[in-house]
Design a protein around this ligand. Structure first.
Ligand SMILES: C[S@@+](CC[C@H](N)C(=O)[O-])C[C@H]1O[C@@H](n2cnc3c(N)ncnc32)[C@H](O)[C@@H]1O
Length: 493
């Protein structure tokens, strides 16, 4: 069934059967050295006071990356990559470690995933890697190695120029395009040639009409003889590799298509790729699907699809909602969402695999947001916003504590953060139960923080939930009626 996965595409693709995918489009981080954020609004249109973390495109050569780099020659050999390419990789590692360690970290991340993508593609399958000049030249060399230079088919330039905004202020040539590297799995990929519509001037040149009403023009052969050249109404000019006719959102954001997801791509771009490199009923994979642009295009064109994203808010708040609202799809009937922990074991497993993603999952489960601005000591993990009919939305600061040794000092620290940030409330999420004595002390201290009174109702200013309680459906008591909160916050286009 069509599936949206929450998780790291590396782990999810490792579990997928080989040769089952006909088309992969990936729009991964570009090594831009940026943190991407989004702005949400409540249902009255008020923006949340803080930006919400979307995804991070900053790279460091940490232990995990070093391990991936060490394993790379083994992975390459297992994937049947030529020894010369593995040797090339070794040379790069030595050169880049000293000169561009962040780029090395990024490349190792990309290569690890591209190697798996090759195993997933069917014999007639294709892959489009969307990137930009920051790393496209390095990526191309790796793609040549992984997919074979013979299977490199085209470099596409998507001219997405936008003459407004920060880009135009650069004291340099203004950046105006992205690069798409198009490779096939084998020598005979599916390719349906695409044509641009004929312009008025060309149509006018076909100034005669035959008995059947078909337009034609007279074509004079070299020897002076004449023949009819018909206008093939359904065909324009075969598309070239420079695409200037797919506007970026700065120009088309009044179509209702733009959801406000940072780095969202236009549907028209994906429709073109999907029409060209797949047929109806084929399977399209987007391993970095963001707000599900590829998925909407694939579904509308009668393809099957799989979308993966590591950001839980992208899957839960944006992609899933997009499919429900724009395509009227029903979860469970038309598509599945997988990978979001539903049990305590699942939550513990996520904690073991990825502490940061676990924190994000906890915050999302209680309808909170992972805010982009961190306190100086990194003290809070997120915020939950609620309405007290004050001018500004009010908030509860949220902190997730995973280990067994959560102590009263943690609660004290959270209390200080609540006061310092002038938040109305504070919520602590813990994985393991505290034990009876500790729990009593915690509740005593939380009670000392007093209540918040809104509309004549009291809400404890400090509250605590265990992951087990969250899984059972319990939520923090805040002024919003339960269940409504989640629906109220949407991306701000
Ligand atoms: C450039 S955005 C993709 C935007 C998308 N094309 C769209 O139109 O919305 C990159 C996405 O990759 C996701 N991402 C980053 N690392 C990932 C990983 N390891 N596995 C899956 N998704 C990842 C980010 O959360 C982000 O949504």
């Amino acid at each position: 069934m069509n599936t949206l996965y929450y998780g790291d595409c590396l782990e999810i693709m490792e579990e997928m059967p080989s040769r089952g995918i006909d088309l992969i489009y990936l729009d991964p981080p570009f090594n831009s050295d940026r943190q991407y954020n989004s702005i949400y609004k409540d249902e009255t249109g008020r923006p949340l006071p803080e930006q919400i973390e979307a995804f991070c495109d900053q790279w460091t050569l940490d232990e995990e990356r070093e391990r991936a780099i060490r394993n790379m020659p083994i992975l390459m050999r297992e994937a049947g990559i030529e020894d010369e390419i593995a040797d090339f990789w070794r040379i790069w590692v030595n050169a880049l470690r000293a000169t561009q360690p962040r780029l090395l970290a990024y490349l190792s991340y990309m290569v690890q995933r591209l190697l798996i993508m090759r195993t997933l593609l069917s014999d007639t399958g294709s892959i489009y890697l969307h990137c930009d000049s920051t790393a496209s030249h390095y990526l191309k060399i790796m793609m040549d190695g992984i997919f074979g230079h013979n299977n490199f088919r085209r470099e596409i330039v998507w001219s997405n120029e936008d003459s407004s905004g920060f880009k135009s202020r650069a004291d340099n040539w203004i950046r105006g395009h992205d690069t798409l590297l198009y490779y096939s799995r084998g020598s005979n990929p599916i390719f349906n040639k695409q044509y641009s519509p004929l312009d008025e001037k060309t149509i006018k040149r076909y100034d005669k009409v035959d008995d059947e009403g078909k337009r034609y023009k007279i074509y004079r052969n070299e020897d002076g003889s004449e023949r009819r050249s018909y206008l093939k109404e359904d065909r324009g000019v075969g598309l070239r590799t420079v695409w200037t006719d797919v506007p970026s959102f700065q120009k088309v954001n009044n179509t209702g298509e733009y959801l406000g997801y940072n780095t969202q791509k236009p549907l028209a771009l994906l429709e073109r790729i999907i029409k060209a490199s797949s047929n109806e009923g084929d399977v399209v994979l987007d391993p970095f699907c963001g707000c599900a642009t590829t998925i909407e295009a694939a579904h509308s064109l009668g393809r099957k699809w799989i979308g993966i994203d590591i950001a839980i808010h992208a899957i839960k708040r944006v992609a899933k909602r997009r499919l429900e609202e724009r395509l009227h799809l029903v979860e469970g009937e038309d598509f599945e969402v997988k990978g979001i922990p539903q049990t305590l074991e699942g939550a513990r497993d996520l904690w073991k695999r990825d502490k940061y993603q676990f924190q994000k999952w906890c915050i999302e489960q209680v309808d909170g947001f992972v805010t982009a601005r961190k306190t100086a000591d990194g003290g809070i993990d997120g915020r939950l916003y609620f309405d007290t009919k004050e001018k500004e939305l009010q908030s509860m600061v949220l902190e997730v504590k995973g280990g067994r040794n959560v102590g009263i000092a943690d609660l004290r620290a959270l209390h200080s953060v609540m006061e310092r940030d002038e938040a109305e409330m504070a919520g602590l999420i813990i994985i393991e139960p505290l034990g009876e004595r500790k729990e009593r002390n915690f509740h005593k201290m939380m009670a000392e923080a007093g209540d918040l009174e809104v509309y004549g109702k009291q809400f404890p200013r400090m509250q605590m939930l265990t992951v087990e309680e969250i899984i059972e459906g319990k939520r923090f008591e805040t002024p919003f009626p339960q269940g409504k909160r989640d629906r109220q916050m949407a991306l701000l286009p």
